[in-house]
Design a protein around this ligand. Sequence first.
Ligand SMILES: *Cc1c(COP(=O)(O)O)cnc(C)c1O
Length: 401
Amino acid sequence: MSGRGHKSGTDDAMPLAAQYLPFHRPSLGAAEERAVIEVLRSGWLARGRKTAEFEEMFADFVGARHAIALNSCTAGLHLALLCAGIGPGAEVITTPFTFAATANVILHTGAKVVFADIDPASLNLDPAQVGNLITTRTRALLPVHFGGQPCDMTRIRGLARRHGLAVIEDAAHALGASFDNRPIGSLSDFTAFSFYATKNITTGEGGMLTTNNDDLASRARVLSLHGMSVDSWQRYGRSGHSYYEVQEPGFKYNMFDLQAALGVEQLKRCDEMTARRRELAALYDRELADCPFVELLRSPSCNEDAHHLYVVRLRLERLRLDRDGIAGAMENQNIGVSVHFRALHLHPYYRKQYGFNPADFPIANEMSDRVLSLPLYPSLTDEGATRVASVLRAVLEHHSV
Ligand SMILES: *Cc1c(COP(=O)(O)O)cnc(C)c1O
């Protein structure tokens, strides 16, 4: 959806802006280049000092006792579920309005995925729906902070405490966000972050798992590296001899120093980049406030939003084209857009395996057809964002009923 697509189209009447404005562009500069070259020249590419430095810096940034650097957020969610004792016979409640990884990892443990519908204003998990779905087999809640806006963690944590459930946050969108003045990453049993190429900070691929629990942290660390009791840096370190014990069959999920070099430099700029995202989101809010063809998302004011995505909900009843048609029309106008998300219960595997109907989660179902994500990244200029908003308004007007 975010590529330069279909050039044929229905927009002959509209003037074409010259330059393609991409949906996303990572913010990488001279500091990142220097840091990567330094690691390349150091002779140590594997997990080592740089990864340890990134972990320490990250734990400090989100106010967690432990941060474990991994090769993806997916790996972090998987390890968190295993460390929380999730396996066959367990149920984990999560949102269908997310990326595939969130629910796939639940299946990898042998547990059952239980979807709860979302709140139409924020597109986050609706705590009331979650409450209705808790059974004697429920073991964990897995909220996703959609687009970077924190879920209602007071209510989610309250439900978890009352029923003795683990809370594992998918914070792939939410680095830099906070709930009630507490940073996301410091609140729950586990929080997993993503540094995939399109996320708020990037290491190309990569992730981080945070926790305040010492025992869970050391188990997650051991599982992230084949189940070995010490990591390879210590194994081949100054102590001079190599010695390890396999405590259980683990995974190959660790981050390595080249990635961490990028992560350290990106994290230094995270606050500044979030501030720029906030400015751009405010610009879109102003430019689109009186557009009759969209509804903007609303985030409760007690939350600090990481502004990973800028999502509008199209008012399809006022338009002659569906969302994919509008997305195509934006691409024809040389503006990259994307869709977050088509709800998981609509995908073939989940439909078949669980026998879901689209209407089982009516809000997630409706929003799957209505959401459109606009470009939002620190290097986007005010002029660029203004152009995106005015082209969107023109496209919607052009295709209105
Ligand atoms: C990107 C993303 C993930 C997966 O992150 P990886 O680092 O690619 O594993 C998980 N959940 C959500 C909501 C995401 O957007």
